[in-house]
Design a protein around this ligand. Structure first.
Ligand SMILES: NC(=O)c1ccc[n+]([C@@H]2O[C@H](COP(=O)([O-])OP(=O)(O)OC[C@H]3O[C@@H](n4cnc5c(N)ncnc54)[C@H](OP(=O)(O)O)[C@@H]3O)[C@@H](O)[C@H]2O)c1
Length: 313
């Protein structure tokens, strides 16, 4: 079957290890179901894999893609929850221990399948299980925000960040966002942000919570943007993971720093229901046939995308 795989790790030239070509079909396993993939979304995680973050050479070649939606052999239309529980209690996400969704077929634990509602297109459904689920947990489990509270989303253009803006707006929060790009700031306003700012800009007032996925480039600003006892929820560090910690400000203002990763199967089901109930839909930057995946990877690596890059089969 046709698939997009990581065949080599190169932290400096990540795309050199990307291979498009034939791979064996997944072999049947008890308790697992094969899904014929209809659409699969690209995540920054796929670039990290090519750079050797969260994976070692001995696991290669690995089919990439931790987001996907498709059809089972029984004809059920499904989204794939990407968090795989291991017997040792240490969960992984697809592409860390098991092949991912950038392929004609993917094998996943049957318990990880969530029915796809008709109101979501294949492209939209494929965006929910990783970036959108991560945003859902950040906002609704970990932020401590209530409707009317103010949230700052750093790096507005990202897959997780666009999800944060849309979901926060739908939940009744006051939504502020930053971006390096004037064009992306304008698009964040169109998505529902109440106000937008240049990265690092002084804000009119301090916020109740900050959603961080950018890391080093925005961390100091995130700490300074918070009101006393406010919360930073962090799920990513695209620009680097070792910024100055700003410890004095954190303890003196009694700030909370909360780590967040992915979300549970029940949270994914709730996210699907939220999309149905509110009418919100994933923000799709571009749709490409899987055979043209390389140009999608290049677009993400260059930071050009606004929302999700989706591959179709
Ligand atoms: N913990 C988890 O479960 C989980 C799940 C999903 C993602 N993540 C992590 O979260 C991060 C974002 O993922 P994603 O898929 O949303 O990535 P993405 O779509 O590539 O978005 C990254 C965004 O970060 C901003 N950015 C990047 N470098 C920056 C810099 N130097 N200065 C300022 N802003 C910068 C950009 O926003 P602007 O151009 O608008 O400024 C960009 O759009 C990744 O590191 C990913 O690994 C973690």
């Amino acid at each position: 079957m046709f698939a997009v795989s990581a065949v080599r790790i190169d932290p400096k030239d990540s795309l050199s290890g990307l291979e498009l070509g034939e791979r064996p079909e997944p072999a049947a396993r008890p308790g697992w179901t094969a899904v014929t993939v209809k659409a699969a979304a690209l995540n920054h995680h796929d670039l990290w894999t090519l750079r050797g973050v969260g994976i070692t050479e001995d696991k290669l070649p690995m089919i990439l893609g931790c987001d996907g939606a498709g059809v089972t052999d029984d004809g059920a239309e499904v989204l794939i929850h990407s968090v795989i529980d291991a017997r040792d209690g240490k969960p992984s996400i697809l592409t860390e221990a098991y092949d991912g969704t950038f392929a004609e077929r993917v094998l996943v634990p049957t318990a990880n399948l969530v029915p796809k509602p008709d109101v979501l297109s294949w492209e939209q459904a494929a965006c929910l299980p990783t970036a959108w689920l991560t945003a859902y947990r950040m906002l609704f489990r970990n932020s401590g925000l209530h409707p009317g509270g103010t949230v700052l989303v750093q790096g507005a253009g990202g897959g997780v960040a666009t999800a944060l803006i849309v979901l926060a707006r739908a939940a009744g929060f006051r939504v502020w966002a930053t971006s390096r790009s004037e064009e992306k700031r304008a698009r964040a306003l169109e998505l529902g942000a109440h106000a937008v700012f240049e990265s690092g800009a002084r804000l009119p007032e301090r916020v109740d919570a900050v959603m961080e996925t950018v890391g080093a480039a925005t961390w100091s600003h995130s700490v300074k943007a918070l009101r006393p006892e406010g919360t930073i929820v962090i799920s990513g560090a695209t620009s680097g993971g070792m910024p100055p910690a700003e410890l004095t400000r954190i303890f003196f203002l009694q700030l909370r720093v909360v780590g967040s990763t992915m979300g549970s199967l029940d949270e994914l089901k709730a996210l699907v229901r939220m999309c149905e109930a509110t009418g919100v839909r994933p923000v799709v930057d571009s749709v490409l046939p899987l055979a043209e995946a390389r140009s999608g990877f290049e677009r993400m690596a260059e930071g050009e995308a606004f929302g999700k890059i989706v591959f179709t089969l």
